[in-house]
Design a protein around this ligand. Structure first.
Ligand SMILES: NCc1[nH]cc(CCC(=O)O)c1CC(=O)O
Length: 312
């Protein structure tokens, strides 16, 4: 007997976090459409970012590197959707592809992880802090200029193993990833997101598909969480103005101030000494334009030398 064709084919990276996100998406789609989970195929795809594990992402233009092969599979019709951590996505998608759907955001905050220390303040003078994120490095140095930053790449499991090996005494990870992996017990302290602004789009799973694939668009549209989409579109539009590849430490936080949804964004110099902030309200249907306005404000305040100061 021939098995029925898949209802939908999901492309994902093969890391445990990426697979957890793909499974979460499959479970939602399965429940929503009353389709057996085994009719939704999960197809792991190895990406350039998975292979180049020793080089900081900022050294080779970051972002798109985690999605290029998945986007090629979409364009070739091998898969119907790509399920991504939206914070890893380039701000401009390849022609013919769209990312219109965002699942409800997880916790946006970064989490402090250490075997021997309870929080950032209690780290000993000069301690080794592991991170390859230039945003996290800049924010850490701003709070603790005495710490020494050491490169720390690899997936969540690899980074936790490196802590165990003593490569560094502490690190920061996105709480969202740890929650999705059911590893929140590793978290020693949640950072205040108003001080340690998360990466733009952190904590939000995005669904990408071909712009002309209307069947798939109809299947995934109900998964969209409007408030998440509003925030993530604004944060990505802000980032696009600054062309924040992976070379510029940029943080963003979308938060309610009373009845008003606000985007707060910051540029931090890599040594943590200079911080420039901007913020603005996000309208319900104008999030993209409003986010871009915050980006332009930030760029203006940083001045003409901003590339030299913030992305040396
Ligand atoms: N750059 C890797 C990456 N991309 C997305 C997440 C976490 C999940 C998310 O932000 O949705 C992580 C790990 C981390 O930063 O700790």
């Amino acid at each position: 007997m021939q098995s029925p064709p898949p209802f939908l084919r999901i492309g994902t990276r093969g890391s445990p976090l990426a697979l957890a996100q793909a499974h979460q998406t499959r479970d939602r789609l399965s429940a929503l459409h009353g389709v057996e989970p085994d009719r939704i195929a999960i197809i792991p795809i190895s990406t350039g970012g998975d292979r180049l594990t020793d080089v900081p992402l900022s050294a080779f233009g970051g972002k798109g590197l985690f999605s290029r092969e998945i986007e090629a599979a979409l364009a070739e019709g091998i898969i119907d959707i790509g399920v991504h951590s939206s914070k890893d996505m380039a701000t401009t998608l390849p022609p013919g592809l769209v990312m219109p759907v965002f699942l409800e955001r997880e916790d946006v905050r970064d989490a402090f992880i250490s075997l021997g220390h309870a929080n950032l303040e209690s780290l000993p003078e000069g301690a080794l802090f592991g991170t390859s994120s230039i945003r996290r490095a800049a924010q850490i140095l701003r709070a603790r200029p005495d710490l020494a930053i050491v490169p720390f790449r690899g997936n969540v499991q690899t980074r936790l193993r490196k802590l165990g090996e003593g490569v560094a005494e502490a690190t920061l990870l996105a709480g969202a990833g740890l929650n999705r992996l059911d590893m929140a017990d590793r978290i020693r302290h949640w950072l205040d997101p108003e001080i340690f602004l998360p990466a733009p789009a952190q904590g939000a799973i995005g669904i990408e598909h071909r712009a002309d694939d209307h069947r798939t668009a109809d299947i995934v549209a109900p998964l969209n969480h409007p408030e998440t989409a509003r925030a993530v579109k604004a944060e990505r539009a802000m980032l696009q103005i600054l062309d924040g590849s992976c070379r510029t430490p940029i943080g963003a936080l979308t938060t309610w101030r009373g009845p008003q949804l606000m985007l707060v964004a910051e540029l931090v110099s890599p040594d943590g000494r200079i911080t420039i902030k901007a913020e603005g309200p996000l309208g319900e249907d104008t999030a993209q334009a409003d986010g871009a306005a915050v980006g332009r404000m930030l760029k203006d305040r940083a001045g003409p030398d901003f590339v030299k100061v913030f992305s040396p």
